[in-house]
Design a protein around this ligand. Sequence first.
Ligand code: ZN
Ligand code: ZN
Length: 306
Amino acid sequence: MIIDLPTSAYYPERSENLLHLAASMCFELVHQTESWGYEHDEETLEAYWQRTQPTLSNALTLVQQAQEMGLKGRIASVSPYLLISKEPRDWPRGSDKQDLPFSTFRTVDAGDLPKIHDTVCLPRLTEEQKALFEEIRSHRNIIVHHGSSQPLTAGDVLRYILRTFTWLHLGNNWFAKRDDYLSDDPLATLYSNDHVPSKLMFEFEALFSELSPQDFQSIFGANKRQRWYLCPHCQSNSGDADVSDIETAQLVPNLPTSTNIHCIVCDQDHFVSRQDCSDINCKGNVIAKSSYGDDFCLTCNGRQDS
Ligand SMILES: [Zn+2]
Ligand SMILES: [Zn+2]
């Protein structure tokens, strides 16, 4: 018998974990360019991104592995035996005489996963999903075997991460999952997870600047160009970190009379009243109650005169 078969949760969990690890690597690189209040000139930034290529390339490898794990998970949900490659004569010696763990059998080549998936799983992969799988595989192969003429950017890898997440972990909210991941990281063991809400907002800011409007729309279902507002929940949850200029919420529906905003980061809706901000220099007209019960403007963060 083959023993220690992977559980149905093993591959999806591993896949998601790899995506979060890759995302942390990219966010850290972006964060470093903005830390300490430095304004770096273009030449310095170019030299910096050049030196980040090995890290970004490693992050891309993790995304590729995450895709493979995701596909293996779907195939294994039909039967994990479909993942075992080779003819029976190539199986480990004595597999018919003793129990051997699944890990001692060679598994199918990554390049065959889409074909196996589409043979045994429904729905089949879309052309777009197959293209994404191939794009990352070939991008990675070019870097490994020939070196890339076109440097990788953190934005490239973040786009791959988010598109892969949307594809393989459909129905899950990126920021909710990211919250779980960061709340469970070693830092949370040493201290607490108080740092997580503000970290999520800084990550939102990085994604906002790195993703194109098209990618942002397809991943988060939000129009980057629509007006953004501060989220009362995220603002009051972020402790001492200065996130007062990070706007994460939009009016839904986007109408002049709308009294509801939705935040991409905490995935919450909030009631807002539509009245002009009491600061004559502010054009905002979306006002919410803070956790202390006073009114403040979601454009300038200013407390409203009562
Ligand atoms: Zn929020
Ligand atoms: Zn205002």
